[in-house]
Design a protein around this ligand. Sequence first.
Ligand SMILES: Cc1cc2nc3c(=O)[nH]c(=O)nc-3n(C[C@H](O)[C@H](O)[C@H](O)COP(=O)(O)OP(=O)(O)OC[C@H]3O[C@@H](n4cnc5c(N)ncnc54)[C@H](O)[C@@H]3O)c2cc1C
Length: 437
Amino acid sequence: MAAENRVTVIGAGLAGSEAAWQIARRGIKVRLFEQKPEKRSPAHKSDGFAELVCSNSLRAADIHSAVGLLKQEMRELDSLVMRAADATRVPAGGALAVDREAFSAYITETLEQHENIEGVRGEVTSLPDGGIAIVAPGPLVEGALAQAIGELAEGFLSFFDAAAPIVTAESIDMDKVYFASRYGKGGGDDYLNCPMDREQYHSFWEALTTAETAELHGFEDDKVFEGCMPVETMARRGVDTLRFGPMKPVGLTMPDGTKPYAVVQLRREDKEGRLYNIVGFQTHLKFGEQRRVLRMIPGLENAEFARYGVMHKNAFVNGPKVLNRYYECKNRPGLYLAGQITGVEGYVESAASGLLAALCAVCDVLGQPRPDFSRDTAMGALAGYVSGYAGADFQPMNITYGLINTVKAKSKSDRKRMVAERALAEVRRIAAGLPGA
Ligand SMILES: Cc1cc2nc3c(=O)[nH]c(=O)nc-3n(C[C@H](O)[C@H](O)[C@H](O)COP(=O)(O)OP(=O)(O)OC[C@H]3O[C@@H](n4cnc5c(N)ncnc54)[C@H](O)[C@@H]3O)c2cc1C
């Protein structure tokens, strides 16, 4: 066993919380540092761990989507993030969405009560000098710690990311909206739909594309991650672009059988249905402009905004240059990075990277070989992308089937089923051999 039988984890977000849990539940002591409530990024609002800063969705639930498979692999490894998500799930059609406060509370309580975890509140301003550590301060890291990581990683890369506004349910005019999930998939009351006719859509598009955006130093449209593009940026691409994107009307026929020209969907944020997220409406308009333009949406004329859309810088290291496939810094053995800062993209992927780094850290402490997740698994494929991308323009990436080794099959659905079965068999084999299994 190594001299210092304790692992340091910096940042109790999605990645850091998962990492701390994995280490602690396998019998190793953890010191978990979190800067909240002393300091918060512009996107973090609560004091809890594993705060979901934007959408409350952990995306597709079905294992025949790559993120669904990744989640199932994490369940096989007893992921705390997946335990919390399954326990605090809210209806959202084919997606796994959660009550964000209950989700964070579940994780915070579990970690704070764990005998192997010592929680330390306050900002960390340097990297640990030695020992085994997992650094997971998220994409909004700043100040001295950001500088230290920048030096270690020979500079950060960055792009911009945006969050969608949330409105209160009681401020929605229920006479103008209707419940429906696209193509009737999932529960009938997961989504509220605000239908527009041609004229309403054109006035709305005009207002959206000419509204004033907030100042953001260094912002360029082409540096926005496609999956989280501000709605006004997308709208500027063409008058019909939104009708093929977040305002797509297909599969959302109105209760009287009419097909709307365009639809804005609102997704329930909490179990009680008090809050609704405007789906796909990440925005960087000035707050007053958000109020003015979004209140043109039928049903939202008197909308109260529980949160306005915001946009932030998003930092990540050059994974292929800096990290190996265990998320360990090549130039600092025993120092792992985890979460979005490694170049994975998304809540689930961030937690998955924390999980894998933690399993390796546990093996380091115990002097055992690290687990080898091959690219037949979603866990291994993600780590393989971050550490092995061969192109010149490394960018954060969600897990996709394109990253996972494929198999020959008669049809696409057969192929996904076979890949999923093979991946889960490998993960179960690895899980059975892990310390504290
Ligand atoms: C504005 C925004 C919106 C996003 N929206 C989505 C979305 O809708 N869906 C999605 O899947 N992904 C989204 N992401 C991407 C990503 O999934 C999240 O950022 C995710 O939370 C990343 O997990 P993480 O663990 O890397 O970082 P975080 O969850 O941000 O956790 C980092 C933690 O470290 C703490 N910390 C930071 N610095 C220090 C320090 N110096 N000392 C001590 N503690 C520190 C922070 O307070 C925080 O608790 C979004 C990102 C941003 C920035």
